[in-house]
Ligand binder design. Structure first.
Ligand code: HEC
Length: 137
């Protein structure tokens, strides 16, 4: 019996480690994602963003194209005129920084010209899961 419960513990530990490693694997190919977010739901949430952002490379609106934004340095898209705050920001877009920026753009990065926050903070994981798929093929 003791042997059995030890084995259970090891299995659970290994599963937890797999989840942690998966979350850290920023460049994991689409399909191998282990984040909690649902990219299909995130694509619907993205309608809030589409007035100002496309997901096609080099197509900018009021905001820059978000193609490949996950894992990218902030303010790095060629041909888009960022605010000074964004150009000078030393930020890489990941789960943490995107969640904070989308919840309160000006609180996270004072001076940013993005004036709008994500309407519902609970949508952030799905939205970020969707952003991860862009340019990840
Ligand atoms: C009203 C227009 C507008 C809307 C709506 C909007 N944004 Fe933005 N977004 C901008 C602008 C303008 C910038 C450039 C900010 C700067 O230079 O400070 C920006 C920048 C960004 C950046 C940084 C990109 C980079 O290249 O560093 C991300 C990420 C982003 N927006 C995500 C989103 C998401 C996700 C949504 C939807 C929840 C959204 N935005 C909605 C206007 C908008």
């Amino acid at each position: 019996m003791i042997g059995f419960s030890q084995k259970e513990g090891i299995t659970a530990g290994a599963a937890a480690l797999t989840v942690l490693l998966g979350a850290a694997a920023v460049s994991a190919p689409a399909g191998a994602q282990t984040t909690a977010g649902d990219p299909a739901a995130g694509e619907r949430v993205f309608r809030q963003c589409a007035a100002c952002h496309t997901v096609e490379p080099d197509r900018h609106r009021a905001g820059p194209s978000l193609y490949g934004v996950f894992g990218q340095q902030a303010g790095a898209v060629e041909g888009f005129r960022y605010s000074r705050a964004m150009r000078e920001a030393d930020i890489v877009w990941d789960d943490e920084t995107l969640t904070a920026y989308l919840a309160d753009p000006n609180g996270f990065l004072p001076g940013t010209s993005m004036r709008i926050a994500l309407r519902t903070a609970e949508d952030a994981p799905d939205l970020i899961a969707y952003l991860r798929t862009l340019g990840a093929e």
